[in-house]
Design a protein around this ligand. Structure first.
Ligand SMILES: *[C@@H]1O[C@H](CO)[C@@H](O)[C@H](O)[C@H]1NC(C)=O
Ligand SMILES: *[C@@H]1O[C@H](CO)[C@@H](O)[C@H](O)[C@H]1NC(C)=O
Ligand SMILES: *[C@@H]1O[C@H](CO)[C@@H](O)[C@H](O)[C@H]1NC(C)=O
Ligand SMILES: *[C@@H]1O[C@H](CO)[C@@H](O)[C@H](O)[C@H]1NC(C)=O
Length: 523
């Protein structure tokens, strides 16, 4: 398990513990309230003597029986922590199944929700595992005709999704976290016409299996799910196949995620197995009909072809993450129309074009990561005028020309801008007055001296927010400006492999800057 994964896992478990505490509290509270209300109701009934004394209602025999069969599909014990009670222990025949752990009923005492969560401890233990044969597992659930919500967490299912669940006609949410599911998404799920949320999150790939597998991608039959708002598939690198053209049948979709790695900092495809490709094919233009889409994250798959320009008409979009695919062509000019777009990540693709200047219109952008593509031309001046941007990565491309000039009046200095333009073909004098004043991290190194900046201007000290500066391998000459001494926030400086000469300003000595590979400097 990588460091990033375990952090993510820790975050999830934390949130999850909180969730459990919260729900137990709410459950207790609402039970107490319910019984108080029942008492008042009973007194009223007795006092008025209008109807005979009512018996406490129980769940139906059909629901109870279906749940007991389902209970039989599991082992529930914990060899490492035998003192921890199993949630399924409370599922006792003859008692009211609405009171069983993880079960919720509606006002007519019909089962509407099952939330099964096993315990998660260090060392990792599953308390609930599948006992039934895969072909028989979960077969009784369609008998719960009012069932709306199904949620499993840390259950070691180790099976494929039961096609029979396509007959749970009222199902609204089907969410599985860390439950070791493999195989295809069943075509039968296209019958779940009430489904609004579908999530399968492997959470820590390897630890909780390798996710779904097969070649069918998202089956066409699923296009019929017109009420679906959330479709989230995380870490299923063994599932190849495409997104069908009919995807615009998802008229209600707001959050569409199918990714296998990547985020702002951890950009390595964490599942580098040669056989794993993730989803394949092209991105259908019909994605541009999903008018309610806020989040589109298809990072770390193997999509080829171009980015559909139709995405530029989805004005609700806040996140577009298509990083780590094989996309070619250009960034659609139409993306400039996306006024609410805050995150645009297209790094590690094969984009080959100039940056459209229209992107400067996307004033909400906070993260713009176009690194590791074949983008070329000058960096448009307007890119630097995005008022809210905090991460700007244009590194490892083929940009040329001088750094753009900007108008940075009114820059919000509370936003710490991290900017990486390393590994390009930029050149010209380095006048730091041209850069946004809120830069906290500036990386402009080269690989094999591809950039050709001349000397380092004393104007460096106008960047008072600067903490990190990397100008390594730039063929920079001349003296190191003494204005470095006026930069109290500076912490990490790399000026290695240049051709500076003369004295080293004290500030650079104090922070132990990397000045190696400058033979003419007086140390
Ligand atoms: C999924 O990928 C992993 C890693 O490549 C592999 O070990 C595993 O057997 C694969 N599973 C299936 C069902 O293809
Ligand atoms: C853009 O965001 C604003 C503020 O959150 C919101 O009021 C507006 O409806 C959004 N626009 C679209 C097209 O979603
Ligand atoms: C900056 O970009 C270079 C070139 O792509 C990359 O090697 C380096 O890891 C990046 N550094 C940071 C901190 O983003
Ligand atoms: C400085 O940059 C060079 C070349 O980019 C790199 O090899 C070196 O590790 C960096 N030094 C530090 C202290 O990070």
């Amino acid at each position: 398990m990588g460091a990033r994964q375990s952090m993510e896992l820790a975050r999830f478990v934390q949130g999850y513990t909180w969730l459990r505490k919260g729900s137990i509290y709410i459950q207790r509270k609402s039970k107490k309230m319910a019984s108080t209300l029942n008492c008042i109701g009973l007194f009223l009934l007795l006092g008025l003597a209008l109807v005979p004394k009512s018996h406490a209602q129980q769940c139906t025999a059909v629901d109870e029986d279906a749940l007991l069969v389902f209970k039989g599909d599991f082992y529930c014990n914990d060899i490492n922590n035998p003192s921890i009670p199993c949630p399924l222990d409370s599922w006792v025949p003859g008692t009211d199944c609405c009171q069983w752990s993880g079960i919720q009923c509606d006002a007519s005492h019909r089962v509407i929700s099952i939330l099964l969560s096993a315990y998660f401890r260090q060392p990792m233990t599953f308390q609930i595992t599948r006992a039934a044969e895969p072909a028989a597992f979960g077969r009784s659930l369609p008998r719960l005709t009012q069932l709306q919500d199904l949620d499993f967490r840390f259950i070691s299912l180790n099976t494929y999704l039961p096609p029979a669940w396509g007959s749970i006609t009222k199902l609204r949410t089907l969410n599985l976290y860390a439950s070791s599911i493999y195989g295809e998404i069943p075509r039968e799920f296209g019958k779940l016409s009430e489904l609004t949320s579908f999530t399968i999150d492997t959470l820590a790939p390897g630890l909780f299996g390798f996710g779904l597998s097969g070649q069918a991608g998202i089956p066409r039959e699923l296009c019929k799910l017109s009420k679906l708002k959330t479709f989230v598939m995380r870490y299923h690198p063994n599932l190849s196949g495409g997104i069908p053209n009919c995807i615009d049948g998802w008229r209600s979709i707001e959050d569409f995620q199918f990714f296998n790695g990547g985020d702002e900092n951890g950009r390595d495809f964490s599942l580098k197995q040669p056989a794993a490709t993730g989803l394949t094919g092209v991105l259908p233009a019909s994605l541009g009909n999903l008018k309610n889409l806020r989040v589109l994250n298809l990072a770390a798959n193997s999509f080829g072809g171009v980015i559909p320009t139709s995405l530029g008409s989805l004005t609700s979009l806040q996140t577009i993450d298509l990083a780590m695919n094989r996309l070619t062509g250009k960034i659609p000019v139409e993306f400039g129309n996306l006024k609410n777009l805050t995150i645009l990540r297209l790094y590690k693709n094969r984009l080959y074009a100039e940056i459209p200047t229209s992107l400067g219109n996307s004033k909400a952008l906070e993260v713009l990561d176009l690194g590791s593509n074949g983008l070329y031309g000058p960096i448009p001046d307007r890119m630097y005028n995005l008022p809210k941007v905090r991460l700007l990565r244009l590194d490892d491309n083929r940009f040329w020309g001088p750094l753009p000039r900007g108008d940075y009046l009114g820059r919000d200095l509370s936003i710490q801008l991290v900017m990486n333009v390393s590994w390009n073909f930029l050149d010209g004098p380095l006048n730091f007055r041209q850069l946004p004043k809120n830069i906290a991290e500036l990386r402009m190194s080269t690989q094999n001296g591809r950039m050709a900046f001349t000397g380092l201007s004393p104007t460096i000290s106008v960047l008072q927010s600067l903490r990190v500066l990397d100008l390594s391998q730039n063929q920079l000459t001349g003296k190191l400006p003494s204005t470095f001494n006026d930069m109290p926030n500076l912490q990490e400086v790399n000026l290695s492999i240049n051709d500076f000469e003369g004295q080293v300003p004290n500030r650079l000595k104090v922070i132990n800057a990397d000045l190696s590979g400058n033979p003419r400097l007086v140390m």
